[in-house]
Write a protein that binds this ligand. Sequence first.
Ligand code: 26M
Length: 818
Amino acid sequence: MFGLMNGFLKNDPYSLQKDILDHVEFTVPRSRFSFDDFEAYQACAHTVKDRLIERWHDTQMYFKRKDPKRLYFLSLEFLMGRSLSNSVINMGFQDQYAEALSQLGFDFEVVAEQEADAALGNGGLARFSACQMDSLATLDYPAWGYGLRYQYGLFRQVIIDGYQHEQPDYWLNFGNPWEIERVHVSYAVKFHGTVEEKTIDGEVRHDWVPGEMVEAVAYDNPIPGYGTRNTINLRLWAAKPSGEYDMESFNTGDYINSVVNRQNAETISNVLYPDDRSHQGKELRLKQQYFFVSASLQDIVRRFKDSHPNFENFSEKIALQLNDTHPSLAIAELMRILIDEEHLKWNTVWKIVCDVFSFTTHTVSPESLEKIPVDLLGSLLPRHLQILYDINFKFMEDLKKKIGLDYDRLARMSIIKEGAVKQIRVANLSIVCSHTVIGVSRAHLELLKTRVFKDFYELWPEKFQYKTNGATQRRWIVVSNPNLCALISRWLGTESWIHNVDLLTGLREHAADASLQQDWQKVRRMNKMRLAEYIEATSGVTVSLDAMFDVQIKRIHEYKRQLLNLLGVIHRYDCIKNMEKGDKRRVVPRVCIIGGKAAPGYEVAKKIIKLCHAVAEKINNDPDVGDLLKLVFIPDYNVSVAELVIPGADLSQHLSTAGHEPSGTGNMKFLMNGCLLLATQDGSTIEIAEELGVDNMFSFGAKLHEVAALREKGLAVKAPLQFARVIRMVRDGYFGHKDYFKSLCETVDGSNDFYLLGHDFASYLEAQAAADKAFVDKEKWTRMSILSTAASGRFSSDRTIQEYAEHTWGIEPCRCPF
Ligand code: 26M
């Protein structure tokens, strides 16, 4: 790792130790002679934060002085996970901290495990945001992230009797040592009320008189880059009662109610919506979205005005990235601020808006695109509704000139969806007002062009791009798999791959080397041991390290087809049960591991979790099966669990029906860790197969064009006999709960089988058989494993961010000198 950096604070083990003890005594506060692992973590985190603040100040002052074009990344979700190990590694103090703690009688790893995850997001989109922040910092880009400081993160999943229950994640309970509260950085956010029109000097002005006002207070979370002093900011907003507003209500004499009403303001940033699919037009969700974008834009405009006399070069200095449609009210808010408050002309502002925004979509299904009922918006944000109508009017006029009076198409492309309940189509708004629309893999862009946004693509083909997602190798190899990290560095003769990940291809030439293979197997086995211990602790199942660890971890969704996995497990079990004793010797032992959360209102997903437990109960207690097959559900899957599970997996499954996973990033993390993939040709897996060679993975299932053809035929496909058999076992109550599973079975029944489990079952079993066969050949398997890591360089978020920076945002590195 690189050496010590300049700065006021010293970073040798002795100085760190002293600072840790000072924080134990004065910050935690506990006696320096008696504190436990958790208190050691708290104190340690504060020492790291002090060092982060030093770098943060230097970086921000440098950015201010250099005034480069800045990127602001707007996202309602960030799944940061834990910060201690990641920060220490990125700053280059890993060894010093390990030594400082060990001299105090603590183990760094144990101390780091005390930290609760910051789970301010649902799944793929949110974790990808976190990876992008790491890459932005590491590559020295002048960027900031903006988000919401939810008091309750994603719910905790508790399994009772095999059923998922949701419990609140009050993650701030023991304080959050990583954040810096900025009580003086706060903005008033307005809601409701009326808009008055006034003519001043011959110009129409809009004066929005709010009916409610809430204060947004900034909490800064420093994000250190690796191998650089640059430390960027993730600014999260919390809602607080407004300072001056509403004081009048106190004069009515109802003191108690007035206080209670003020307190309600805080509900806005209270809780993360735990859904990653449906948009239901809820008022609180809309309030969150606007609260977030209003505070962020007020902050951005204020910072810009601090060092620029006017708005002339606003779009040369600022890029605004919309992470999905969730923050797209930012478009209307920027227009409102610049027109109503800064008194710029509509046309000037329109040009600015079209130059600054870019929009990445993380979905494929048109049904899941967000819509806001016009009535709701009109009541909550009356001025924004006017602005949206104005934007749409001008857009429609322009469009008519271009495409003529094709009323169907005009209606489809309109930002306002007419009908009994008028709605705002937020995706249309984002496309119309952004200079670039981005898909998250090559296949995803194809779907956007040909289906989801076809009308828009035909109008503005040059607006559409793709940037294949990536994951950061800092967290997903260096932090989570230190032994593999050391092994890679040893064989490449350098640690440079940690920020220049293309170097991983250098492993290819050693893939067949017996001594690397031996070391590689050793590391993998140690990781499996750690995972086995965790499985035993969380589910009580003892697993054999000689078995293939086969993992599927991700949110539970019908399209991700965890049910296909389970039906495969049932088939495997059925085969073992019907085998002659002697034949069992040929069975390749498996530990099938599934983990993931179901959205609280998603019944089918919840039934899949229950089925997993019911099947596990049967298999794991069947003496005929023993170590040949185990099924384990890992509860409460989150970032930290992923860090433990991924390095220990031999095989990972990515089973989405072709055309349904926009990208996927889990596949990339497994690939980095030398885990083999069993996957459909969908999302980013298509590109992984190209990079790795399809022979080095286990590919199966209908391709995109076949899925389309099958659906056109009305899904009249015959599922194989084995499929009917395993479904019958579930339906007939072989695993109990016959009535409960009935509707689940119906989802894959004949013409209902929208996700084509029946159709893909035969090729799925073939791919599984191929994996078994390869696993027996240790030399071949290890070679494939090494080649997987070697092929993972392209799937680093460093590459993704570089592409965005060059082709979309137009920003350049701005490296803070030591
Ligand atoms: C919806 C309604 C209310 C509240 C929240 C939502 C919502 C939240 C997150 C809807 C969608 C959300 O995320 C979608 C998502 O995670 N998409 C995934 O994005 C990844 C990163 O690009 C991709 O790798 C995955 O393929 C894609 O499914």
